[in-house]
Write a protein that binds this ligand. Structure first.
Ligand code: BES
Ligand code: MN
Ligand code: ZN
Length: 500
């Protein structure tokens, strides 16, 4: 699906007329003494003779986050409607980027069926307003016969007071590229598992690679066998749709650093022979969210021309029970030679990831970022909106800080050494699960650590909850695939491009 067309505009009533916007979007705040207008709303307020706060108050507006109040302009402005969206309370006298992003997203959702909006929230934060509008307008209607109301098609964003026209243009371009990558991710996640399986994911990745001049390599089941990827082959063996391993790379002329990305690509996770219970098994269409996010992140690095080499390694498999499926009790020989005793075929993600992590380290990256819908325990510990962030201490904290700042929400978690003993196997180097159910998210991280090269700064983002919204839409997040953690990866890559 596409991103609405985003453009910049002056903030004046003549500009509203020139853009031919149907609706003017303004922000409202929950002030100490009640409703207040946010910066950017001046033009609309002037058109209402300075009485906009009073009028909105009469309509019941309070300024609380994501509140939507619409009023007709009756000719006072060239646009027919003013849409007031709540930003909530200020934090230490400031409106945060995430408040702007959520308000813009809520406004965009409320504007479905509208052709063109004049958005003044960008007076507060241009990048956040642009991202919020683009992501809030997203819908996935590929599989509906009746497409319903069209999403918002065009948004004119007012220039913020600070910065030059050139800077604003660059900011808008970055925001558009970021939103496009989030949407690539959402589209892949939202595609059902009968149409998205290892080979078809590989085809779609190949098309993206070609369109963005990226390096692209696919290993099919024969190549995987020849090279010894026992983990990916074991997990993928139960499906007639055989596994793949992709390598997708962006290589700039003078890279400052080299970053490896790894994303879990289980195109459907039934649990395998250790079958999952039927309730909500359909959510496992999203078990390739990490794969989609890292693929879209390489595309983003290329479009932004970041001076960082970025290579995604994407293991793809479908976890199904059958006569050819791997069993509890099997021992798999992984890429690189370590052996894994399979005690539960539903702990498949860590197995395919281990192969890909070892493969990624062969290229001597400076950093490794791995992301996966790895454990239900992540959802138990942190809920649906906060990812678990694990890895080497310093890099983990750096990534967690970015994940907070982008509004994607992530929290640093430890990898206690003592958990390793719980993974001791009767037969092999390591087992894929423990007998106990405590700290399941951390155990999975401890398992992955066994396959990470010594001294390599790395992070593991467990996005089991945050990658897929099974509840109601909120802010700029609709139902289904969310695109987490693409914006975090974008922020980390940009930081590495700047600081090393
Ligand atoms: N894909 C699941 C994890 C998951 C759960 C993602 C809920 C999204 C929402 C993963 O492969 C899995 O099944 N993990 C098991 C591990 C267990 C067997 C140790 C789990 O969390 O139950
Ligand atoms: Mn599983
Ligand atoms: Zn899984």
């Amino acid at each position: 699906m596409t991103v609405p067309k985003l453009a910049l505009s002056e903030n004046s009533d003549t500009a509203v007329g020139k853009t031919r916007a149907d609706v003017v979007v303004i922000g409202t705040l929950q002030g100490e003494d009640g409703l207040e207008l946010a910066a950017g709303a001046e033009v609309a307020d002037a058109a209402f003779d300075g009485k906009l706060t009073e009028v909105l108050g009469t309509l019941g507006a309070s300024g609380k986050a994501e509140e939507i109040v619409k009023l007709p302009t009756l000719g006072k402005l060239p646009a027919g409607i003013v849409l007031a969206v709540g930003l909530g309370k200020q934090n230490d006298g400031e409106v945060t980027a995430e408040q702007v992003r959520r308000a813009a997203g809520a406004a965009a959702r409320a504007l479905s069926g509208t052709e063109r909006a004049f958005v003044t929230l960008s007076a507060l934060d241009l990048q956040a307003a642009a991202e919020g509008i683009a992501l809030g307008a997203y819908v996935f209607t590929e599989y509906r016969s009746e497409k319903g109301e069209a999403p918002l098609a065009k948004a004119d964003l007012v220039n913020p007071a600070e910065g030059t026209a050139r800077e604003h243009k660059a900011t808008l371009k970055t925001a558009t590229i970021v939103a496009e990558s989030v949407i690539i991710t959402r589209d892949l996640i939202n595609t059902p598992p009968n149409d998205l399986f290892p080979a078809s994911f590989a085809d779609r990745a190949g098309k993206l690679a070609e369109a963005n001049s990226l390096d692209f390599e696919v290993l099919d089941e024969k190549a995987l066998k020849r090279k010894g990827f026992g983990g990916i082959l074991g997990v993928g063996g139960g499906s007639s749709r055989q596994p793949r391993l992709l390598r997708v790379g962006w290589k700039p002329a003078k890279p400052r650093k080299k970053v490896a990305l790894v994303g879990k690509g289980i195109t459907f996770d039934s649990g395998g022979i250790s079958l999952k219970p039927p309730a909500n098994m359909d959510h496992m269409t999203s078990d390739m969210s990490g794969a989609a996010a890292v693929l879209a992140s390489v595309v983003l690095a290329a479009k932004l021309k970041l001076p960082v080499e970025v290579t995604a390694h994407i293991p793809l498999a479908e976890n199904l029970p059958s006569g050819t499926a791997y069993r509890p009790g099997d021992v798999l020989t992984m890429y690189g030679g370590k052996t894994v005793e399979v005690l539960n075929t539903d702990a498949e993600g860590r197995i395919v990831l281990a192969d890909a992590i070892v493969r990624a380290a062969e290229e001597n990256p400076d950093y490794l970022i791995e992301t996966s819908t790895l454990t239900g325990a992540q959802v138990v510990a942190l809920g649906n909106r906060i990812a678990g962030v694990m890895g080497s201490d310093e890099f983990r904290d750096r990534v967690a800080a970015h994940m907070q700042a982008t509004g994607e929400g992530g929290w640093a978690m430890p990898l206690p050494d003592e958990l390793r003993a719980d993974l001791d196997s009767r037969l092999a180097d390591i087992a894929n699960v423990t007998g106990a159910r405590w700290a399941g998210m951390l155990v999975a991280g401890v398992f992955l650590r066994e396959f990470v090269a010594d001294g390599l700064p790395w992070v593991h983002l467990d996005i089991a909850g945050p990658s897929f919204n099974t509840g109601a839409p909120w802010g700029y997040t609709g139902k289904g695939g969310t695109g987490v953690p693409v914006r975090t990866i974008a922020a980390v890559l940009t930081d590495i491009a700047e600081q090393g």
